[in-house]
Design a protein around this ligand. Structure first.
Ligand code: PLP
Length: 406
């Protein structure tokens, strides 16, 4: 057997040989080492809202690395980029009076929110509240909290035993969630939900569902946690899915587009209901944090990415991109090439017919110069950079149409 190479790729067959080496990018496009140019129709992995090759972010990161390099934020230490970023996020947050916990990834953000929920209930004097309810099809990352909370069994297989007291409810049927809450009466720490489920298949919420989760949390004493790792920072035409659907969570997890993916950064917006118990006893120490929580270079990237998102009007642009994607997919549904389409804002899934494999469709599109992502075998996801112009989105739809026609 020949050596498959040193790099053991994430979410790949360990013997995968058909690897594409990406060497450059500009705007909504990336280029491989053979000079092939592709539309990045998933914004990398749902993060690159500002597009590739943004010198403003590179310069900010380089500047911080030159003047400071790394320094941690444990205990009494901080740095200016982290202070600026958390202040901006507090202003943008979909709840008043939030504080911001920083991580390096979405998985760490989800684990942090789960731990903060449990710890806050302990401090409130309700240590029995350990149950976290998540939803079918949800994707919450791969560390043990996040993978336990996923609603995608294939991603859990072989990794058990998973975290106890993490229970999956239905993603559309609120009555099912109510049944799960009732079955764990007085023991629910949090309900965890993506406003629009992303990697698990792109499922927008059914009408009233997110409001219903808020109600169930209010009635049962659980915290509502929105996982906005994909939805946050403009993807749905608002800063947060919480704003898009008008529902106030107690915590929000974020990552990805906070830096447009230019640096690994994530975190948790911690609202007043969770803050209060953490802050009640001045001698309490929050024994949770990562070496790179508040890394100055990552935070510098976040500060510039948020400013550019605002200055370039990308929230409005997300709505226009979504309208164009929705119309294009709808045409393919009407002519029978697609079984359906689902999405909201600028994140959509094309649902292929039963006799078609989404992986084959992705492969044909790749050969045609468009990088989309199969979700299982039944859906192909689109989540393009928010700087994409009309002709770029047109290329995505045209390439999908050709891939389905073959
Ligand atoms: N939560 C959601 C909603 C995600 O989409 C993802 C990643 O796609 C994660 C959590 C995990 O983030 P990461 O891969 O940065 O750990």
């Amino acid at each position: 057997m020949t050596d498959p190479g040193a790099f053991l790729h994430p979410f790949a067959r360990p013997l995968e040989r058909d690897i594409v080496t990406i060497v450059a990018g500009d705007g909504a496009y990336v280029v491989d080492d053979h000079g092939n140019r592709y539309v990045d129709a998933l914004a990398g992995l749902w993060y690159c809202n500002l597009g590739h090759g943004r010198a403003e972010i590179a310069d900010a990161v380089a500047g911080v690395l030159r003047t400071l390099g790394p320094f941690h934020t444990f205990e009494r230490f901080t740095n200016e980029p982290a202070e600026a970023l958390t202040a901006t996020l507090r202003e943008l947050a979909p709840m008043d009076g939030a504080r911001v916990f920083l991580t390096s990834s979405g998985s760490e953000a989800v684990d942090s929110a789960m731990k903060l929920a449990r710890a806050a209930h302990v401090l409130r004097g309700e240590p029995a509240r350990t149950v976290v309810i998540s939803r079918r099809h949800a994707y919450h990352g791969v560390t043990y909290g996040g993978v336990s909370a996923q609603g995608i069994p294939a991603n859990q297989a072989g990794f058990g035993p998973l975290l106890p007291d993490v229970v999956v409810a239905d993603h559309e049927d609120l009555d099912d969630v109510a049944r799960v809450v009732a079955a764990h009466d007085g023991r629910v720490a949090a309900i965890l939900a993506e406003p629009v489920i992303g990697a698990g298949g792109v499922y927008p919420p059914t009408p009233g569902y997110l409001e219903g989760l808020r109600r169930l949390c209010d009635e049962s004493g659980a915290f509502l946690v929105f996982d906005e790792v994909i939805c946050g920072f403009g993807r749905l035409g608002h800063w947060w899915g919480a704003d898009r659907f008008g529902v106030r969570p107690d915590m929000v997890t974020f990552a990805k587009a906070v830096t447009s993916g230019y640096q690994p950064l994530g975190g948790v917006l911690v609202g007043p209901a969770v803050r209060a118990p953490l802050e009640a006893d001045p001698s309490f120490v929050l024994r949770h944090g990562h070496t790179y929580s508040g890394h100055p270079a990552a935070c510098a990237a976040g500060n510039v990415a948020i400013r550019l998102t605002r200055d370039e009007g990308l929230l409005d642009r997300a709505v226009k991109i979504g309208d164009q994607l929705a119309a294009g997919l709808d045409d393919l549904v009407r002519d029978g090439r697609l079984a359906g389409a689902r999405g909201d804002g600028a994140v959509w899934a094309a649902l292929v017919n039963d006799d078609t494999s989404a992986v084959d469709v992705r492969n044909r599109m790749l050969d045609d110069g468009v990088l989309a992502r199969p979700l299982g075998t039944a859906a192909v996801a689109f989540c393009p950079p928010l700087v994409s112009d009309e002709s770029t989105i047109g290329r995505c739809i045209d390439a999908l149409g050709r891939a389905l026609a073959r």
